[in-house]
Design a protein around this ligand. Structure first.
Ligand code: ATP
Ligand code: MG
Length: 337
């Protein structure tokens, strides 16, 4: 029997590690695009990458709490569990089983060249590099290919990982074609936003685990305090020049995104106002933009049982899709008895 599943034009999968609250980098890097894709009718999968928490640390601290809060951030940002399948990948055994054949398709040399893995190792809380850290992009390939994702709204740091997923898909299709010569997997494409790498308050990539993030759920006062402490430079003239003035430009871009304007116009208006005026403007723009999201977040936060139910329903839906993919994989490999 040949199993051919129909894949809609746009099937989206992306996700986040439950290592802390979502921040502005997530929002403008990927979350906003997820909501847009959902609203234009794409078939949506969003996963909580809970196994990937232990790629760079020994124990997943407060995992249940971080996982629920991730779902809370998703819902507050506008993801609708009726239209978007939200699930934790540890709850979908068929997805994880795909990692085994996929590991055979990439070499150790290829994995060791991955620049994002190198960066994550540099920021790791472990002294050695675990096998899971090293093979993280292959696990991500299993996430993506388990539902035959075609489009992946991600930040810049995920592009090298996605290249691994594309390689895995291509090599699997070459090695194990269907009888009619077609391949099992489409090659997932990255979808980058206007802010593919928003900087944190220390001038490095804004990250949940690097103590430099402004979280979506922060209070207005916290937001003001964090932005006030952000790294800038001594030049009073505000310009938008990401290559030579990354920190100032990231604040300008953040303001522009919140105000739905061009970063060049925002910079021009600030003129010779200096970093203090820029930071005041950014703070107001961020707090104003996030006000409705934060109100929804506070309302939704009261019902923890609902957040867990969203994950249980999502795991069932994602499980059906991943089981079908695994059955197809086992069939083309000749593993069906
Ligand atoms: P951690 O520090 O635990 O790795 P993180 O902040 O890097 O957390 P991830 O869960 O690794 O967040 O990333 C989730 C998604 O958000 C990915 O698609 C990633 O590319 C995107 N993303 C993360 N940080 C940024 C950022 N600063 N700018 C744009 N996109 C980002
Ligand atoms: Mg990360």
């Amino acid at each position: 029997m040949t199993t051919t599943s129909t894949v809609p034009a746009e099937r989206v999968l992306t996700g986040d590690r439950p290592t802390g609250p979502l921040h502005l980098g997530h929002y403008f890097g990927t979350l906003q695009n997820r909501v847009r894709l959902q609203d234009r009718g794409a078939e949506m999968f969003v996963l909580v990458a809970d196994y990937q928490v232990i790629t760079d640390r020994d124990v997943a601290d407060r995992l249940a709490e971080h996982t629920e809060n991730l779902v809370l951030d998703y819902l507050a940002a506008g993801l609708d569990p009726e239209r978007t399948t939200i699930f934790a990948h540890s709850a979908v055994p068929a997805l994880n089983q795909l990692m085994l054949p996929f590991l055979s398709l990439v070499s150790v040399a290829e994995l060791s060249r991955n620049p994002t893995v190198k960066d994550e190792i540099a920021h790791s809380r472990q002294t050695g590099v675990s096998g899971l850290m090293f093979t993280y992009p292959v696990h991500q390939a299993a996430d993506l290919l388990s539902c035959k994702a075609t489009l992946v709204p991600v930040g810049q740091d995920q592009v090298p990982h996605l290249e691994v997923a594309r390689t895995v898909a291509r090599r699997f299709n070459e090695r194990y074609p269907h009888a009619d010569g077609t391949g099992v997997f489409p090659a997932p494409q990255p979808l980058l936003s206007e802010a593919p790498m928003l900087l944190g308050t220390d001038g490095g990539k804004m990250s949940k685990s690097r103590g430099n993030a402004i979280s979506l759920g922060a209070t207005e006062d916290e937001t003001a305090r964090l932005i006030r402490g952000a790294k800038t430079d001594a030049d009073r003239r505000i310009t938008y020049d990401p290559a030579t003035r990354p920190e100032v430009s990231s604040l300008v871009l953040l303001t522009a995104l919140c105000q739905e304007r061009d970063p060049e116009t925002v910079a021009e208006e600030l003129g010779d106002g200096g970093a203090a005026a820029l930071k005041r403007t950014t703070t107001e723009a961020v707090n104003e933009y996030l006000r409705p999201l934060r109100t929804r977040r506070a309302e939704l936060a009261a019902d923890r049982a609902h957040l867990r139910q969203v994950l249980r329903d999502g795991a069932v839906r994602a499980g059906v899709v991943a089981e079908a993919t695994l059955a197809e994989v086992r069939e083309v490999m000749g593993a069906v008895v």
